[in-house]
Design a protein. Structure first.
Length: 194
């Protein structure tokens, strides 16, 4: 049975999640991709405050399509999370508790997740139209000149995710690589055989 989450997330909620848990999110998400993350980091470097307080919050790595007539938002599938890796530790340090995207994260991000107590949630790539149906409201929050990469505030109902990496460092991507044997593992074995 899926667990329900609603931000702001508490440390206890985050620590209770385990890689592989199915999640349904209700409430607020913040939508941001790499261009918005770059702007947020520039603001922090200049001593400015962010457009939202990340403490306890969830960021969804998405650049939605324009809303068709009668719809709140267009297709809203996850983007590749690794593009945000350079910016993520600074947001985790400021209390960000969850990120939603697709694909694995860097060692540095995983270490920061463990240090600050955060989780990484995977949404299904290629399901942008379905995921958009779970978004019931969308409003620009900052950086409107970035178009689809602007920072948005989304209201969601039963938004589906899976805990891909938990706050303890358990990682479903690593588990699959170990089962299947990844190229990195094969290269390590080839080096040992030479």
């Amino acid at each position: 049975m899926a667990k329900r989450l609603k931000a702001p997330l508490t440390d206890d909620e985050v620590q209770s999640l385990r890689a592989g848990d199915e999640i349904l999110i209700d409430g607020c998400l913040y939508a941001a991709r790499d261009a918005a993350h770059k702007r947020m980091m520039a603001a922090l470097e200049q001593g400015q405050i962010l457009p939202f307080d990340p403490a306890g919050q969830i960021i969804y790595y998405v650049g939605p399509c324009p809303a068709p007539p009668g719809k709140v938002i267009g297709s809203a599938g996850p983007t590749t999370s690794g593009r945000m890796d350079a910016y993520t530790p600074a947001l985790l340090e400021r209390g960000l508790k969850a990120m939603i995207g697709k694909g694995d994260r860097s060692r540095e991000v995983i270490a920061a997740m463990q240090k600050y107590g955060a989780v990484y949630l995977a949404a299904v790539g290629g399901a942008g139209v379905y995921l958009a149906q779970r978004i019931v409201a969308a409003a620009p929050l900052a950086y409107p000149d970035l178009g689809p990469e602007a920072l948005l505030r989304l209201q969601v109902e039963s938004f589906p995710c899976v805990v891909a990496i938990d706050a303890h460092g358990n990682n479903i991507y690593e588990q699959v690589r170990l089962k299947l044997g990844s190229p990195a593992n094969k290269e390590e074995q080839d080096d040992k055989e030479q």
